[in-house]
Design a protein around this ligand. Structure first.
Ligand SMILES: [Zn+2]
Length: 1015
């Protein structure tokens, strides 16, 4: 009864509001502009994107009540830099100032939420925000995530950290959206992080069933929606300005019919929300390239509705997103809080689970992550260089240009039809080309910086004059620099591919270094040389590799172990019914792995410390996809529709074991058919030997190779164990937080709907042990049986859906994918201590750079005692150096000063600021995850960064750098539980100058100023 009374009260209040006032409608003009997808960026700019900003700018100038929101910054910036006239720019500045043109999200792209990594999401937002703040003095405060395929719980946290006041999502499960719509629960306050909770909560609006497009059906016309400018035409815009499918003009004859359709739609939607305000997005994909037609029709229509608002019960107005959210904020409604549950995966219909894209275009996903790691390494090395040698020989403009190009390319591919693999083949090629071109530029920069002497006069070459290949003065010698891009000390094993069977390795002071050499797993003509590199945080060292054609002895050769493989004959899986009779052990300090000679498959892993043997096998399975829409649901770039259970993807397995002193390698080759000459799949497992204090032995590195696949197959690596898990698994949202995924049953499509994105990590566990995988790129992951973890690694698909064929959205991907996973097994406590760090360390492995031989011979260096390596920078084990870079923006840290500068109109081409260093530090642990490591950590940044230089000034900023944190006041939304936000609850007392306390899961961003010329 009590419940009933509450409902009644609630209803009465709503009725009262509705009776007195007409529904207030916020018509938000927008154009959804995919940075990629079907057309390349260049094609889109030419066909419509440039015209959007040109024509919107002109149209906004004509009437003061018109509005527009600009979303993807990549297109806006291209227009601003290459198309806009000075008169356009002047008008844009005026519109922005008056709040008529509003930048929403402000990132380079609308990033995907399922398969992107936190590093890259932050990067792409930082890029766009830096440009907008520098150019206009504005800081986006609202999101518009209308198209990403599902919604991650990390996204609202990042937006909150960037200073946003409200978040907006759209694509969530159809059945969940239905229920939320019915129950007026589309709006809520999201506490995406289970640790940061209300500190970083954000109001979230879920778009209703009409999503971000205008209703497409007009009962009185064959044309669709409120799109008077029709549909964009490729490759060239029509010369006469007449586009296909332009809607009927609004005239005296049609205005009533238009008004009726619009008002009915507004009223329908108003019933799904708790306030009297309706967000009415006006636009869709590729709209407003001919804005005059758009506004000239909408103006009279809106005028008509407002003149009849009493009868119609509706008012309409052009609005930006902030005007809509302002109205909601002022409505004084108390909102329901939502915890850290996300909206992944995503289904649009019973048989349409968008879980395929987690694994689409594995190669692109891998290249994008490698480029991101490369950028991370180059950023910190350049920042060090600038602080240490402000007048050093590497030209700063040349360097920054290279970094900016790679920032741009890595940002671009985070688009929700980019890294997702849901684009057309030519667009995938565009991303790959942009990434590889920019990465090559950064490699040149890295090579120039790696030659960084420890005193400037010893610089060997100046960029631009150095020729590639000079690193080999004589063929039997090679010089490399190995750089550790993380602020932790590391004993890393680095693999260098060489063409000689014997080698000796020496460090920068001429001491021999432990190494191992063996025939490569991938090729008969190359060798893998494993070097044990001891590196401090952010430290690099030079190494000399000396080769010899013959068996060498002495002179450091005895430090290199020459490993030989033992091959086990090919076994057909048929014959392996009896298992466990002939087991081969491979041991290191952490594990005993058993391989079965009857199958050549993994049999079990014993975790030595726990003394627990876990039965475990690992092999490849495939889902045979349906490619004919007439015979049922299909799989494509986006969708995974399991057409039955998976079947074994091979008939026979061969094994080779290469016992070593640094690593022991187990090479398993899987043949589709027993008699095949070449294998289709392989797993190379590297079992590291434990030595030294810091060398982790718990990571079993597994590099798989898959392909080319047969058409219409989706291949998984299945790890089956005896752990009792009840099919529950844990996967990460964007590498930031782990999500518990309990197996759910659905009326339809249960298998595909239990697939989840795995960006960096996934694990299963029972009461005692955890089996974890961390990954160098995104995949799909699922647990379809007790104790099982299957990772979808590769897909090759083609179907006859006309829509797919029309846009060439095919996934006939014949590439060979070579993803790497680190597998670990251990007690839950130890596994959670190591897991986060493993994921970061796989992401940011040491960088190997070939360099020119030093000017002085190695012997001379030795005689001088060698050059000391640069000083290390080391953070505590639970803190990760997320960013250390020189962004180059030129704006005052003082907002008022900067605004005055922007408004003065002077100096519109600012010189980059090379002295401001952006620093981000992230606490890796959740509250309560580990008794010690979850604790807040106080560090003195002056002390920590002294290896780089002398810190003079520290300014704390918002996530993307644009806010002085002490002036950032986000909107405080009322929630039912009304938790008092206390941003400093985890900190004790006042902080000393330069000392900062970083609490569980926090990401803190600083501008650091160093005293110049420290060395
Ligand atoms: Zn899109």
């Amino acid at each position: 009864m009590r419940h009933f009374a509450v409902v009644l009260l609630f209803l009465c209040r709503c009725c009262a509001a509705g009776q007195n006032e007409p529904i207030q409608t916020f018509v938000i003009p927008h154009s959804h502009m995919d940075v990629g997808w079907v057309y390349t960026v260049q094609e889109s700019m030419h066909a419509y994107a440039a015209n959007v900003y040109t024509s919107v700018t002109e149209e906004l100038s004509k009437a003061a009540d018109r509005r527009f929101i600009a979303v993807e910054q990549e297109f806006f910036r291209l227009w601003w830099d290459t198309v806009a006239t000075s008169s356009h720019k002047k008008q844009v500045r005026q519109h922005v100032k008056e709040g008529r043109l509003e930048f929403i999200i402000g990132g380079q792209v609308m990033h995907d939420e399922a398969v992107t990594d936190l590093d890259d999401d932050i990067l792409q937002m930082t890029e766009g925000h830096g440009f907008l703040y520098e150019t206009f003095g504005v800081r986006p405060q609202f999101s518009w995530h209308v198209d990403p395929f599902g919604a991650s719980a990390t996204t609202p946290v990042l937006f909150a950290l960037a200073g946003f006041n409200a978040h907006l999502v759209s694509r969530i499960d159809y059945d969940r959206k239905d229920a939320m719509q019915r129950n007026k629960k589309l709006q809520f306050v999201w506490r995406g992080s289970p640790t940061l909770k209300e500190k970083q909560q954000i109001f979230t609006h879920t778009m209703d069933q009409f999503s971000y497009c205008t209703p497409s059906h007009l009962p009185f016309s064959n044309s669709s929606g409120f799109y008077w400018n029709g549909v964009a035409l490729f490759p060239d815009p029509p010369k006469d300005g007449v586009y296909p499918n332009m809607s009927l003009p609004v005239t005296e004859e049609t205005v009533q019919a238009y008004a009726k359709t619009m008002v009915e739609n507004i009223k329908l939607r108003a019933a799904w929300f708790r306030t009297n305000h309706v967000l009415w997005p006006w636009g869709c994909d590729k709209q407003f390239y001919n804005s005059s037609v758009q506004f000239n029709n909408m103006d009279p229509l809106m005028k008509y509705i407002n003149q009849n608002s009493k009868d119609l019960g509706v008012t309409v107005q052009y609005a930006t997103l902030s005007e809509y959210f302002q109205a909601i904020y002022q409505s004084d409604v108390v909102w329901e809080p939502r915890g850290s549950e996300d909206f992944l995966p995503y289904s649009t219909e019973p048989h349409q689970a968008w879980t395929g894209f987690y694994a689409s275009r594995n190669v692109l996903k891998g290249v994008a992550r490698q480029a991101s790691s490369r950028l991370h390494a180059a950023e910190s090395l350049f920042a060090r260089y600038r602080v240490g040698f402000p007048d050093g020989p590497v030209p700063r403009d040349w360097a920054l240009e290279r970094l900016r190009a790679l920032r741009w390319a890595v940002s671009e591919v985070q688009h929700h039809d980019g890294i997702t693999g849901t684009e057309s083949p030519k667009v995938a090629d565009m991303y790959l080309q942009h990434l590889s071109q920019a990465a090559a530029g950064v490699d040149e920069l890295l090579a120039a910086l790696a030659l960084l002497p420890h005193s400037p006069e010893k610089t060997a070459s100046v960029p631009g004059t150095r020729r590639r290949g000079e690193g080999v003065r004589q063929p039997l010698e090679r010089h490399v620099v190995i750089y550790n891009p993380l602020a932790w000390n590391a004993t890393a094993v680095v693999n260098v591919t060489v063409s000689f069977p014997t080698a000796a390795v020496f460090d920068n002071v001429g001491k021999p270094v432990r190494a191992q050499i063996q025939r490569s797993a991938r090729s008969n003509v190359t060798y893998d040389l494993f070097i044990v590199a001891e590196l401090g945080g952010l430290q690099h060292r030079r190494y000399l590799i000396r080769f010899s054609e013959e068996k060498c002895s002495g002179g450091g050769c005895d430090w290199t172990y020459e490993a030989e493989g033992v091959t086990f004959e090919r076994r057909n899986i048929r014959d392996g019914r009896k298992t466990g009779r002939r087991l081969l052990p491979v041991m290191n300090g952490c594990y005993e792995l058993m391989f079965d000679q009857d199958t050549n498959l993994l049999h079990s892993i014993t975790h030595l410390q726990e003394k627990r043997r876990v039965r475990m096998t690992q092999d490849f399975w495939q889902y045979d996809a349906n490619g004919d829409i007439k015979s049922g649901p299909i799989s494509d770039n986006y969708i995974f529709s399991a057409n039955g259970s998976a079947v074994r993807a091979y008939e026979a397995v061969e094994m080779e074991i290469v016992p070593g002193r640094i690593v022991t390698e187990i090479r398993q080759r899987f043949y589709r058919e027993e008699g095949d000459k070449d294998y289709t799949y392989s797993i190379t497992t590297r079992v590291p030997e434990c030595f030294g204090r810091r060398r982790p032995c718990h990571r079993l590195e597994q590099t798989c190779s898959l392909g080319p696949l047969h058409l219409n197959t989706e291949v998984v690596l299945r790890t089956s164990s005896c752990l009792r898990t009840n099919r529950t698994l844990y996967t990460d949202d964007n590498g930031y937080q782990m999500m518990k995924r309990t197996h759910r049953k659905f009326t339809n499509n249960t298998l595909a709907r239990n697939y989840f994105p795995m960006v960096r990590a996934a694990y299963i566990q029972d009461d005692v042990s955890r089996l974890a995988l961390v990954s160098d790129r995104a995949h799909g992951v699922s647990s379809q049986a007790d104790g099982q973890l299957e990772v979808m690694l590769h897909r090759r698909l083609r179907n006859n859906l006309p829509w797919n064929l029309g846009y060439n959205l095919t996934l006939d991907d014949s590439s060979v994918a070579t993803p790497t996973l680190w597998m670990t097994l251990g007690s839950i406590g130890v596994a959670s201590q190591l897991g986060q760090r493993d994921a970061v360390e796989l992401q940011h492995r040491p960088v190997v750079l070939p360099i020119d031989p030093p000017e002085r011979s190695w012997q001379e260096e030795e005689a001088r005692g060698g050059a000391p390596p640069v000083r290390s920078v080391v953070l505590p084990p639970n803190l990760h150096l997320l960013s250390l870079s020189i962004p180059g923006w030129n704006y005052s840290s003082d907002h008022d000063v900067h605004l005055r500068h922007v408004n003065s109109g002077e100096d519109l081409h600012p010189e980059p600021d090379y002295d401001r260093v952006l620093l981000r530090i992230m606490h890796l642990f959740e509250e309560g995850e580990d008794p010690e490591l979850s604790k807040p950590v106080a560090i003195n940044l002056k002390h920590v960064l002294q290896g780089i230089g002398e810190v003079k000034k520290l300014e704390e900023r918002s996530l993307t750098g644009t806010w002085d944190i002490s002036r950032l006041q986000r909107w405080k939304w009322k929630t039912a539980d009304d938790l008092k936000t206390n941003n400093n609850s985890c900190r004790s007392g006042g902080e000393e100058p330069f000392t900062v306390t970083i609490c569980a899961k926090e990401i803190r961003t600083f501008f650091v100023h160093f005293a110049s010329g420290n060395f």
